[in-house]
Design a protein around this ligand. Structure first.
Ligand code: SF4
Length: 479
C-alpha cells in the first residue's frame, strides 16, 4: 500500500484551540507527540475508519488531541481511558476505540485499568507514549523514568534503592494471552518513524477486522523536560533509552486470530429480574411512593462531618430507609483524601420520580455533625429547609442561616449515653425523623436491622435512634 504523506483526512485543517486558527500544534518544538499524531491519523484514513474511530483523550500533554483528530473523541479522567473505552465497546461493538496515554496516565494512575483491559482482550488499540517523565506537569519522575535520570522530583537521578526500577510496560503486556499485538517502537528517526507507521497501520487493520486488543508503546522525545535540543533528544533515545526499553515486536499473532465476538443476548428489565432471581415483592418495595413532607416531588439531603463520624453510613441508612417506602433514592458519598479526620459528605436525593442527578448543592435538609460543616453548608439550606446540628460539637452557628428549622441535638453526648459516641450519626437521623416526620421510628429501626447484623451493634443503634427520636419529637412539639 503506498504511503500517503500529505495531510490525512482525519486531521483538522486548522486547530481551534486558540482564537486565531493555528496551523501548528500546542506541543513544544521537537516533541514526539506531533509525529505520532500524524502517523495515527494517516492509518485511520488509510483504513477508512475515520467515522468509526472514538479517541480517548487522556490527561497529560496530549490532553488536547481532540483539536487535531477529526474523529469522535472523549476527554477522559486520568488513567481511565481503558475503562471508558470498554464501556463504549460493550454498547457500540463496531466502534474503533483508540486509547492514547502517556507515562503517568497509563503506567502510574491507570496501570490497573490498562492491564485489565488488555487481559480481557478489549477491542481497543492503545498507544502508550513513553517519554520517561510527567511532561505536562513539569517533568516529574514517572514509573518509566530511567535509572540515574534527573527529573524535578529526582534531582540526583532515579536510583534503584529509592525509587525502584523503570517499569517495562510492553514486556508486561506481552505476558498476557489476550493481546494480539504488543510492540515497542519509536518516532525519533526516519527509520523508526517508518517502522512505527507500518506497525500502526497493522494495528488499525486488526481493529477493522475486530481482532481485539493491540498495544503499541512508542518511545517519544520530550526535549523540554529532558533539557535537551530536539536533535540531542532524538539521539538520546537511540543511545540511552532503547538500552532500557528495546524496540521490539514482542507479540503478533493477529493473523491466526478470529474476530472477537461478544454477542450476549440482552433482555429488558423482566429478564434481568428473572436472571437475578428477584422475587416479585422485592421488585416493588411498596407500590405508590407516599408524598414527601416538603410537598414537592423531590427532597435533597446532605450529611456532613469529620471522617470517622459515620457520615457515609448516615446517608446510606437514610437512603435505605427511604427506599423501603418505594421512593426513588440516590446516595453519593464523598470525602477528602484522608478518610479519618478529613471532611466527609453524604448526599442523598429522595424523589417520587426517577432522579436525574445524585449531586446535591443546596440541600433541603442538612445534618451537620461538626462545626466546619454547618459553617460551610448551613447558609446553603433554603428558607423552607431544615438543619439538624450536633450541639455536642457545635457551640456557635453561622450568622447567615436562612433555614426555617434549625435544631440542635447533643448527638455525641446522647450516643455516649446509649453506649458509644460512634452512634451520634444515628442519634442525628432519629432527631431529624422526629422533627420532620420524613421517616417513622419503625422504618428506621427496620433499616437498622438490615444494616447491623450483630445484635449488640443493632441494640446500640436502636437506643441511639430512640434518644434522637425523642429529642426530635420534643423539638418539633416546642416549635
Ligand atoms: S513537555 Fe515534553 S511531551 Fe509535553 S509537549 Fe513539551 S516536549 Fe512534548
Amino acid at each position: 500500500m503506498p504511503i500517503v504523506l500529505d495531510k490525512p483526512s482525519s486531521f483538522f485543517d486548522t486547530f481551534h484551540r486558540k482564537p486565531t486558527q493555528q496551523k501548528t500544534t500546542h506541543y513544544c518544538p521537537g516533541c514526539g507527540h506531533g509525529i505520532l499524531h500524524k502517523l495515527i491519523a494517516e492509518a485511520i484514513s488509510a483504513a477508512e475508519l475515520q467515522d468509526r474511530c472514538i479517541i480517548m483523550a487522556p490527561v497529560g500533554c496530549s490532553v488536547f488531541l481532540y483539536y487535531y483528530f477529526e474523529c469522535a473523541s472523549i476527554s477522559i479522567p486520568h488513567g481511565r481511558a481503558p475503562a471508558v473505552a470498554t464501556g463504549i465497546s460493550r454498547m457500540r461493538p463496531d466502534a474503533i476505540l483508540v486509547c492514547y496515554q502517556g507515562d503517568g496516565d497509563l503506567a502510574a494512575i491507570g496501570t490497573n485499568n490498562a492491564i485489565h483491559a488488555a487481559s480481557r482482550g478489549e477491542k481497543i488499540i492503545t498507544f502508550f507514549v513513553n517519554n520517561n517523565v510527567y511532561g505536562m506537569t513539569g517533568g516529574q519522575m514517572a514509573p518509566t523514568t530511567l535509572l540515574n535520570q534527573k527529573t524535578t522530583t529526582t534531582p540526583y537521578g532515579r536510583t534503584l534503592e529509592n525509587e525502584g526500577a523503570p517499569l517495562p510496560v510492553a514486556e508486561i503486556m506481552a505476558t498476557l494471552d489476550a493481546p494480539g499485538l504488543v510492540a515497542r517502537t519509536a518516532v525519533n528517526s526516519p527509520r523508526n518513524i517508518q517502522k512505527t507507521r507500518r506497525l500502526i497501520r497493522r494495528g488499525f487493520e486488526a481493529m477493522k477486522d475486530g481482532k481485539g486488543y493491540v498495544f503499541i508503546e512508542v518511545l517519544s522525545h520530550c526535549p523540554t523536560n529532558w533539557r535537551k535540543t530536539p536533535e540531542e533528544a532524538c539521539r538520546w533515545i537511540d543511545e540511552v533509552v532503547t538500552k532500557v526499553y528495546p524496540l521490539k515486536l514482542f507479540k503478533d499473532d493477529l493473523d491466526t486470530r478470529e474476530p472477537l465476538c461478544r454477542e450476549h443476548p440482552r433482555g429488558g428489565f423482566p429478564e434481568l429480574v428473572k436472571a437475578l432471581g428477584v422475587r416479585a415483592e422485592e421488585q416493588d418495595a411498596g407500590g405508590v411512593p407516599p408524598a414527601l413532607p416538603n410537598g414537592t416531588d423531590t427532597l435533597t439531603f446532605k450529611g456532613a462531618g469529620f471522617g470517622g463520624q459515620g457520615v457515609l453510613s448516615l446517608g446510606l441508612l437514610l437512603a435505605n430507609t427511604a427506599m423501603r417506602k418505594a421512593w426513588e433514592v440516590t446516595w453519593l458519598p464523598s470525602y477528602g483524601p484522608e478518610m479519618r479526620g478529613g471532611v466527609a459528605y453524604s448526599s442523598v436525593v429522595i424523589s417520587r420520580k426517577p432522579i436525574g442527578s445524585p449531586v446535591v448543592d443546596c440541600p433541603d435538609i442538612l445534618i451537620a455533625l461538626n462545626k466546619p460543616s454547618i459553617f460551610k453548608l448551613g447558609p446553603l439550606v433554603p428558607e423552607q429547609g431544615t438543619i439538624v446540628y450536633n450541639s455536642s460539637m457545635i457551640d456557635e452557628l453561622p450568622p447567615d442561616l436562612s433555614a426555617g428549622t434549625v435544631a440542635g441535638v447533643p448527638a455525641t453526648d446522647l450516643a455516649a449515653e446509649a453506649g458509644s459516641q460512634k452512634a451520634a450519626n444515628t442519634v442525628a437521623l432519629g432527631c431529624l425523623a422526629g422533627i420532620t416526620g420524613l421517616l417513622t421510628r419503625e422504618e428506621i429501626a427496620g433499616a437498622l436491622r438490615e444494616t447491623y447484623s450483630k445484635p449488640a451493634v443493632y441494640d446500640l443503634n436502636l437506643r441511639a435512634l430512640d434518644a434522637g427520636w425523642r429529642h426530635g419529637v420534643r423539638q418539633g412539639t416546642d416549635a
